[in-house]
Structures are given as C-alpha cells and as structure tokens.
Write a protein that binds this ligand. Structure first.
Ligand SMILES: Nc1ncnc2c1ncn2[C@@H]1O[C@H](COP(=O)(O)OP(=O)(O)OP(=O)(O)O)[C@@H](O)[C@H]1O
Length: 283
C-alpha cells in the first residue's frame, strides 16, 4: 500500500472565460521514506494538484479523481472534520514564501504551539517544551528566546526553518514542500534543502518536493514526475531521468540547465521545445 496514491486527478477552475483545466488526469504515488519530485515550469499545475490533496483550493475549483488514498484511507469520501484531523497532522505542507506563510501578528512560539494545541493533547508546559525541541531540530540558535520574536524579526531562511518546525510539529507521515527554497538566497537554499533531507531521513517521512529546478531534483529525489500544462509527461527514477530522459519536454528541462549553456545566452525551454502541442508526444 502506498502512503499517498492518486489516480486520474482532474482540477478545473470556474473562470470568467469558462472552465480552465489546471490538472488534467495526473496519477502518482509516494511511499514512506521516499522523496518524489514533481517538476515542471511555472503554471504546469504542480501546486494545484497538491493543494487538491490538502483540500486547500478555493470553491471555484472542481476536483475529481478515480482514486485519492492516504495510508489506505479514501480522501475523496472523508468528511471535512475527518480531513482536518489528517491535514496538518499526518500530511503537512510548506510553501514558497515563508515570511508570507507565517502570521505577522503572532510570535513564532505561539504559531508552533497553536498547531500542537489543535492536533495533540499536550498541556501548555509540554507544548512549550516541544516547541523548543522543534526549534532546535530545525537549527535555530537560542530557541527559547527566538520563540518570543515575530516573523518580521527573522530572516527568510529562519522563517522557512520555523515553517518546517510547524510542519513537523505533529510528526507527519507525508510532507509536501512547494518550492521551499525558491524565495531564498542561493547560499541559504542549500542549507534548507540539506535540513529537509536530514529531517526526512530521520523521521522516515514520505516527501513530495515540488520544484521547477532540475538541480533540486538531482539533489533530493528518488523518483520524479515531470508535469507540463497539467499533464504528467514522464515518470522515472532520478538516475534514469537524468541519464535517459524519454520525453522531449524532460530533455528540454535538462538542456535548459545553466551547466548545459553553450553560447552567451542561457537556452530557454521554448528554444528547445518549440511547437509542442501538448499531446504527450514523446521523442
Ligand atoms: N484559483 C485559481 N483560479 C483559476 N486558475 C488558477 C487558480 N489557481 C491556479 N490557477 C491556474 O492553474 C494553473 C496551474 O497553477 P499552479 O500554481 O499549480 O502551477 P505550478 O506548476 O505550481 O507553478 P508555480 O510554481 O508558478 O506555482 C495556472 O495556470 C494557474 O494560473
């Protein structure tokens, strides 16, 4: 049994110009202790697919799937109350903009302890102790003092560490990281990726890494799903994908890596993959 299994997921938004299909029949799975990267350029429906799993899409979104199971439970038929018990506890998500993801009005300590209050039976003293433990785990120095600060008093990297602490507060079985390093300085990106990989291994979590960056895929993933215009183009283990990509779009993503630049300009996806009609044509 997979930790998360999705079959034929479709997400359609009601827009002023009619229905818009952001996710078009995506199937994927992830197991415990496995890192699955979902890669594709901006707008390919990576975030929307995972927000559908979390139940975090606005009412204008219509979500259908042949199957959406988490740890053997059918997520499609869960009541809102049952889903709330799983989301934030067994499945947690971190986002691209750590500063914007935290509430500016509350201290970091309050925000970590609030998750523990909602999802665990810990009393106030135990919650504080656990919050200090979590701040230590994510590498924030002087954790006791830092619990009293507000998000704007921390750097972007530190805010992302706090978001990771909040996500890990209830020992989730699955963590979804949506472009977790994109908004951070290059020097900090590596630290945050290393931290995520260390915590994933220590906790034996399944991890879904949403990214547009093949470098991040190479550093983190066991298996990769390549998505384009809402559709899955290719799925492979990470070595096969880099050594023998099957789909033209995957080849274009790889060719657009800075290391593969030959002239004085970086190639873009459309330089390599022009004229693609979205029909799943492979090389
Ligand atoms: N609430 C919404 N209403 C209408 N369209 C939406 C809504 N949310 C997202 N979309 C559209 O769905 C498509 C997929 O968006 P999504 O955020 O999943 O892309 P992505 O691959 O994660 O890229 P990015 O990394 O830029 O977020 C985009 O075209 C986006 O404009």
């Amino acid at each position: 049994m997979h930790l998360l299994a999705i079959e034929n997921l479709v997400v359609e938004f009601e827009t002023a110009s009619g229905p818009f299909r952001a996710v078009d029949g995506v199937s994927l799975h992830v197991d415990a202790r496995e890192v699955l990267a979902i890669v594709g350029e901006s707008g390919s429906g990576k975030s929307v697919a995972m927000l559908a799993v979390m139940g975090l899409l606005p009412w204008t979104a219509k979500v259908t799937a042949a199957r959406m199971e988490f740890a053997g439970r059918d997520m499609l038929t869960l009541s809102a109350a049952e889903r709330r018990k799983i989301i934030g506890k067994d499945i947690a998500m971190i986002f691209q903009e750590p500063v914007a993801s935290l509430n500016p009005c509350f201290t970091v300590g309050f925000q970590i302890e609030e998750v523990l209050r909602v999802h665990t039976g810990l009393d106030a003293k135990a919650r504080r102790k656990r919050a200090i433990e979590l701040m230590t785990d994510v590498g924030i120095p002087e954790p006791e003092e830092r619990l009293g600060v507000f998000p704007h008093q921390m750097s972007g990297g530190q805010c992302q560490r706090v978001m990771i602490a909040i996500a890990l507060a209830c020992n989730p079985r699955l963590l979804i990281a949506d472009e977790p390093t994109t908004a951070l300085d290059v020097t900090i990106q590596k630290q945050i990726l290393d931290l995520l990989m260390k915590l994933q291994a220590e906790h034996g979590m399944g991890l879904i890494m949403i990214t547009h960056d093949m470098g991040v895929v190479a550093e983190t993933a066991d298996r990769v799903v390549v998505q384009y215009r809402g559709r899955k183009m290719e799925e492979a283990d990470v070595l096969s994908l880099f050594e023998a990509p099957k789909h033209n779009y995957t080849k274009a993503l790889l060719a657009a890596l800075p290391d593969n630049a030959t002239g004085d300009r970086l190639p873009t996806i459309s330089d390599i993959f022009d004229g693609y009609a979205g029909d799943g044509a492979s090389a």
